[in-house]
Write a protein that binds this ligand. Structure first.
Ligand code: SF4
Length: 508
C-alpha cells in the first residue's frame, strides 16, 4: 500500500503555496494524501512560519503531541520545513530528537530524498541551504483549488523592514522569467482555472534586476515596467477571467501598474497595499522608505483610474517608539484611504529582527487600547464602504470554505471581482433552488441586499448562473496528477482557507 502524508501549514500565502509544492513532490514520489480522518499518516510535514512570536511554542507543542503517536507507529516520519526550520536548523532535532527531517525555505525539492535518506540511515537529516538552488515553481505542485491558483513571480525580498524576518529567512529577491510565469498561468487556465494570483514579497520590484536582459518588448525603462507588462500579458490569456497580485510595496509602486490594472479587463480592481503606519517617523523607524503622502498619492491615482477599486491594507499598531500623535496619523491615513478592509496587528517582538531590540517598546495595555480604536475606525469605514454596494449587481466566483454558516442559512459563498466576500441565496428568478446545480468554480451574478463590515449578503433571486470548466472539474471530483516536470498542474479538492496574514511576511 502507498505510504500516506499530511502537510500542516502555518503562516502566509507563500507558505500555503509552498505546501502545494510539498504535496506535489510527495505525490510524485509515490505518497498519497491521507484522508482527513487518518490520525496516523506515514509522513507528517510541518511547514512552519517564524513571524509570530510564539511560533516555536506552537511547533514544539505539536511535535510533543505527535511523539507518542510516532512511538506507536514504527515507520512514521516527521519533517519540519519553512521559515522556522530555516531559522532554528539543527536546534529542532536537538529539542525534538524524534523529528526525522529538517529542511529549509531554499531546498523544498530535497524533501523526498531527505525522507528516504533518514529512513535508510535511521538518523535525522538536517539540510538547510543559504540560497535558492531551484526556483520553487519548477517543482511539481498539487494545487488545492480547481478555480483559483497562486503563481510565484519572485521569492525573497531586498528590503530591510526592521520588524520583518523574511529577508533573513527567504533571502534576496529572485525573479522568475516572464515566459516561465506565463507558461504556468496558461497551464492552469488549460486545466480550467479562472483566477490567478501573482505572488511575490514585493511585486513592484519584479523585473528590475532583469534590466536590458528582460523580454524584448519589456526593456523600456530598464525593466522597471516589467510588472505592468506582466499584468498586460496576463490580459492576453484566453479563459483567464481574474488576475490578482500580492503584495505591492508603496516605495516601488509606479503609475504604469495603475494603468495596466485599469486597462487590462481581466485584472481585478482590488489592491492590497500595506500601509503599516501613517506616521512618517514610525515608517522611518520601520525602515520603510515611503511616507504617508506618497501612500495617499497612490491611492488617489488608483481611485481616479478605477473608481470601483477595493483597497485593503496591513497596519501594525504599537511599533517601538510610537506616540499617541503617531497613532493619530495612522487613524488620519485610514480615514482618508477608506479601506474596504484592513488586517490589523499589534506589534510583537520577532526574535532576530532589529525592532525586537529597539528602545521604546510599548506596554501591552497601551498597544491593546490603540489597537481597539484602530479596529473600530477600520470597521466603521469598511462597513460604510460595503453599504455603498447595496443594490449593486456583482459577479461572484463560487468558492469552497468561505461561508461558515452556509449550511445553516442555505446560502453559498464566493468572492466578487473586487475581492469582497459575498454570501448569496441560490433561488432562481422563478423561485426554484439552484443549490444542487451551482458548483464551486461556477460564476453567478447577484444583487447585494445587505452589507456587514466584513461581508455582503445577496438574498434576492440570482440574476445569472454560468457553469464553468472549473465547476465541471469540481463536480466530477477529477484529480489530474501532476506531471512532475517543470510546471505544476491543478488538482481537484477543497481549497484551503488562506490563514490570516501575519505582519511582516507576505503581507508586508
Ligand atoms: S515587510 Fe515585506 S518589504 Fe519589508 S522586508 Fe519584509 S517582506 Fe520585505
Amino acid at each position: 500500500m502507498a505510504r500516506t502524508y499530511n502537510v500542516v501549514t502555518y503562516g502566509c500565502q507563500m507558505n500555503v503555496h509552498d505546501s502545494e509544492r510539498i504535496s506535489g513532490l510527495l505525490e510524485q514520489a509515490g505518497y498519497v494524501r491521507a484522508v482527513p480522518t487518518d490520525d496516523t499518516p506515514d509522513i507528517v510535514v510541518f511547514n512552519t512560519c517564524a513571524v509570530r512570536e510564539n511560533a516555536d511554542n506552537r511547533l514544539y507543542g505539536n511535535l510533543g503531541r505527535l511523539r507518542p503517536v510516532k512511538d506507536k507507529h514504527p515507520g512514521m516520519q516527521i519533517a519540519v520545513g519553512g521559515c522556522l526550520a530555516q531559522k532554528d536548523r539543527g536546534d529542532i532535532v536537538r529539542k525534538a530528537p524524534w523529528v526525522d527531517v529538517v529542511f529549509g525555505t531554499h531546498n523544498i525539492g530535497a524533501l523526498p530524498v531527505l525522507l528516504e535518506r533518514a529512513r535508510h540511515n535511521a538518523a535525522a537529516e538536517v539540510e538547510i541551504l543559504e540560497s535558492l538552488d531551484v526556483f520553487p515553481s519548477t517543482l511539481p505542485t498539487r494545487r488545492e483549488s480547481t478555480y483559483a491558483g497562486w503563481v510565484s513571480i519572485s521569492v525573497g525580498c531586498n528590503n530591510t523592514c526592521t520588524f520583518c524576518i523574511v529577508p533573513a529567512l527567504r533571502g534576496k529577491e529572485k525573479d522568475r522569467r516572464p515566459g516561465d510565469i506565463l507558461s504556468e498561468v496558461r497551464a492552469l487556465v488549460d486545466e480550467g482555472v479562472l483566477e490567478v494570483t501573482l505572488l511575490g514579497q514585493n511585486v513592484n520590484s519584479y523585473g528590475v534586476a532583469f534590466g536590458d536582459a528582460g523580454e524584448p518588448n519589456w526593456k523600456r525603462s530598464g525593466g522597471r515596467s516589467a510588472f505592468a507588462e506582466l499584468l498586460r500579458a496576463c490580459g492576453d490569456i484566453d479563459g483567464l477571467e481574474r488576475v490578482r497580485f500580492t503584495s505591492p510595496h508603496p516605495k516601488d509602486f509606479t503609475d504604469d501598474v495603475i494603468a495596466a490594472m485599469a486597462e487590462t479587463p481581466n485584472v481585478c480592481h482590488s489592491l492590497h497595499m500595506p500601509l503599516q503606519s501613517g506616521s512618517d517617523d514610525v515608517l522611518r523607524a520601520m525602515r520603510r522608505s515611503y511616507r504617508s503622502d506618497r501612500y495617499l498619492g497612490i491611492i488617489e491615482k488608483v481611485r481616479a483610474a478605477m473608481p470601483d477599486a477595493a483597497i485593503t491594507t496591513d497596519i501594525i499598531v504599537g511599533f517601538p517608539g510610537e506616540t499617541e500623535a503617531d497613532f493619530q496619523r495612522t487613524l488620519d491615513v485610514v480615514r482618508q484611504s477608506r479601506f474596504s478592509s484592513a488586517f490589523t496587528f499589534q506589534y510583537s517582538k520577532r526574535p532576530g529582527t532589529p525592532a525586537a531590540t529597539m528602545d521604546g517598546q510599548l506596554p501591552k495595555p497601551v498597544v491593546q487600547e490603540r489597537y481597539e480604536r484602530l479596529v473600530a475606525c477600520v470597521e466603521e469605514i469598511s462597513w460604510a464602504e460595503n453599504k455603498r454596494l447595496v443594490g449593486e449587481t456583482v459577479e461572484v466566483l463560487v468558492a469552497v470554505g468561505e461561508g461558515r454558516k452556509d449550511e445553516r442559512t442555505g446560502r453559498m459563498s464566493g468572492r466578487a471581482r473586487d475581492g469582497r466576500l459575498v454570501h448569496f441565496a441560490t433561488e432562481s428568478a422563478e423561485g426554484q433552488s439552484l443549490a444542487g446545480q451551482i458548483r464551486p468554480g461556477d460564476i453567478v451574478h447577484t444583487t447585494i441586499t445587505y452589507a456587514a463590515p466584513h461581508h455582503l449578503n445577496a438574498d434576492g433571486a440570482l440574476v445569472a448562473h454560468r457553469r464553468t470548466r472549473a465547476g465541471d472539474a469540481a463536480e466530477a471530483g477529477r484529480s489530474p496528477r501532476t506531471p512532475g516536470v517543470l510546471l505544476g498542474l491543478p488538482t481537484i479538492g477543497a481549497p484551503p482557507v488562506a490563514p490570516a496574514p501575519t505582519a511582516g511576511c507576505a503581507t508586508h
